[in-house]
Every structure is written in C-alpha cells, then in structure tokens.
Design a protein around this ligand. Sequence first.
Ligand SMILES: NC(=O)c1ccc[n+]([C@@H]2O[C@H](COP(=O)([O-])OP(=O)(O)OC[C@H]3O[C@@H](n4cnc5c(N)ncnc54)[C@H](O)[C@@H]3O)[C@@H](O)[C@H]2O)c1
Length: 348
Amino acid sequence: MKPLRIAVLGAGLIGRRHIQTILSMPLAAQLVAVADPVADPQQLDLGGAAWFTDENDMLERAMPEAVVIATPNGLHAQHGQLCCARGIHFLIEKPVTATLDEAAALVDAVARSGVKTLVGHHRRYLAVVQQARQLIREGALGALVAASVVWATRKPDDYFQMAWRTRAGGGPLLINAIHEIDLLRYLCGEIISVGGLKSHAARGLEVEDTAAALFQFDGGCLGTLTCTDAGFSPWTIEQGSRENPAFAYAGQSAYRLIATQGSLELPVLRRWAAQTPGDIGWDRPIVSQDLPPAYHDPYQAQLSHFQRLIRANEAPVVCVRDGARTLAATLAVAQSSADGRHCSPRIF
Ligand SMILES: NC(=O)c1ccc[n+]([C@@H]2O[C@H](COP(=O)([O-])OP(=O)(O)OC[C@H]3O[C@@H](n4cnc5c(N)ncnc54)[C@H](O)[C@@H]3O)[C@@H](O)[C@H]2O)c1
C-alpha cells in the first residue's frame, strides 16, 4: 500500500504527537506539510516537511491527499468543511466540532463530497479495548447489565493559565469525559437517554471541574460516569494503560463492565467469573483472571487504519457521523445539568 501524502493542521500539543507518529511510520504516511499561524517551526522536527502559516496556502501548494486537523475545537467545523470542498480525506481531532449544528453541517458535507473521515477518538484502538469489545460481542460475559466508569485526576494549576480552559467548553466534560462517553458507546451500545450534573465547587472557575452522568443504552444496559479534574486518584484509563506518558502509571482499572455471567475491569483487563462455569449467585464463589493485555500505540494504530480506510476501503472505526453522536451524548450531560431533566441525545 502506498504511504498517504499527509499534512497536519495545527502544531500544538496533539498536532505534535500526530507529526511524531507520522514521521515514525514512513510506510503508512509521508508528512508533506504542516500549517500553524503561531507555532515556531524551529522548535519542531518536521522531517523535511514544508511549513506554512496559512491553511489555504498550504492546501493549494502542498496538495496533500489527507489532512490531520488538530486545531482548536472552534475551528474544526471550518477546517473539516475546507477539506470537503477540496475533496481531501481527513482525520479530525475530538470533539468533531464545537456545536451540534456544525456537526450536522459537516456530516452533510462529508456525505456530499465522498471524502473518508476519522475522528480522533484514539482509545478505540487500544488493544485492551479491542479485546474487551470482542469478549462482549461474543457473549463471553453474558448480557451487559451496567457499566461504571471513573475518570478522576488532578490537573496542575498552571494548566488553567490558558483562559479558554477556564470557560464553558474548556472543562473535563468536553476535553476528557467525551473520550469515556465515546468508549461507552463503542462497548455498551448507542446511548438513548442521559442525565447529568456539573459542579465547579472545587476550583470555583466558570467551567465545571466535576461532572456526573447517567446513561441508558439501547440494549437496556445502564451506565454511570464520574469525571473530575480536581481530584487526585489512580482511576483514569491513561494511568491504567500507559496510553499517555504524561500520566504516572498506577495500574488500576477505571471501567467496570458488569454482565449476567461475569464482569470485566478495564484497562487492566481483569475478568471475573464463576469458579465453576454457570454456577452463579451471590452465595457462589467468584474468581478473577487477569487476561494478558496486548499493547500498541493507539496513535500508530489509528494512522495505520487511516491508511487502510483510504487505500483499502476499510470501514471507519469512528467517522464524522459517529463522532457527532458522541458529541451529542456528551453535550446532553451539560444540557441535563442545566435543565434538571434527562434528555435524549440528538440523532445523526
Ligand atoms: N485525542 C486526544 O486525546 C486529544 C488530546 C489533546 C487535544 N485534543 C484535541 O486536539 C485539538 C487541539 O488541542 P491541543 O491541545 O493540541 O491545542 P493547542 O492549543 O496546543 O494547539 C492548537 C494549535 O492550532 C494552531 N492553530 C490555530 N489556528 C490555526 C489555523 N487556522 N490553522 C492551523 N493551525 C492553527 C494553534 O496555533 C496551536 O498551535 C483540540 O480539538 C483538542 O480537543 C485531543
């Protein structure tokens, strides 16, 4: 398969990770250009790729066949539309767009243009997530009944020096919980009803520091998510999976998936089942088995998939429409918190 001729829009925190990933996988992709109006190219290893300060100029002159959009949330819709208008495939960082109306317009534009898309919900590529999904799908745990998820860590105080992180949209709901909500959809089914609460009591900023959510899935399973960036705990998927080197490894699970015949902890991948198959009940012994978790870099797996999506017509792991559904379920938590009522996420 020919490597993709790829460009990156936005060379900030996550854009740099995409750049490193692309440069580390020459058989999957060749980095032809990077565009960012502010970042300093002298501080970056671009592997010889051309540097631009204007995205239109870059697309015109470098003519990439695919683009990674790693710009701030508020620019996602504009940059996705730009790619659609030029027939360029794109991998867009999460959230797919800042608003649901923008997401709807982008879903339409993608359908009209025929470009291939991915949304950067990279957790779906974690090997332990793939292993868990397979166990659930083949019925190894019985029927899913409930899911309990925690994402709780303490962000450093200087994280909040960037003003946008202190205002609506810059909090853990749209930055962090959206990944867990996406994984819950991937593992447990489509979310049909959402209840939510938000609090800013710990930091006193305009933006929430803590959110709690209730989910009903289409298969009947119920789920809860507790998310805070103001509490010090070992319970984030990053700390349990070594997914992100910025997080100190704690080796604990953040997910408990509970089913009729047994349960599963993630990302440690610990399976709980009856000591004797089928002999279940609260008076019966339950034993755990640590399944050997495979590991691969989810960003590399994502890029390989992007190549196969474009070159070999592989079905997308998470396209713009799918990302829009995750955004709708995430924003429903905030809406429920404001209205004091459960709500159904908008359907895409
Ligand atoms: N998948 C993940 O786990 C993950 C992690 C972090 C961030 N993100 C997402 O990635 C996006 C970027 O986040 P970040 O933390 O890297 O932000 P950042 O502020 O560090 O980087 C954004 C970059 O985009 C540049 N930019 C602004 N306007 C631009 C334009 N018109 N053209 C090109 N570049 C432009 C900025 O100068 C900046 O360098 C956000 O949507 C964020 O939600 C995803």
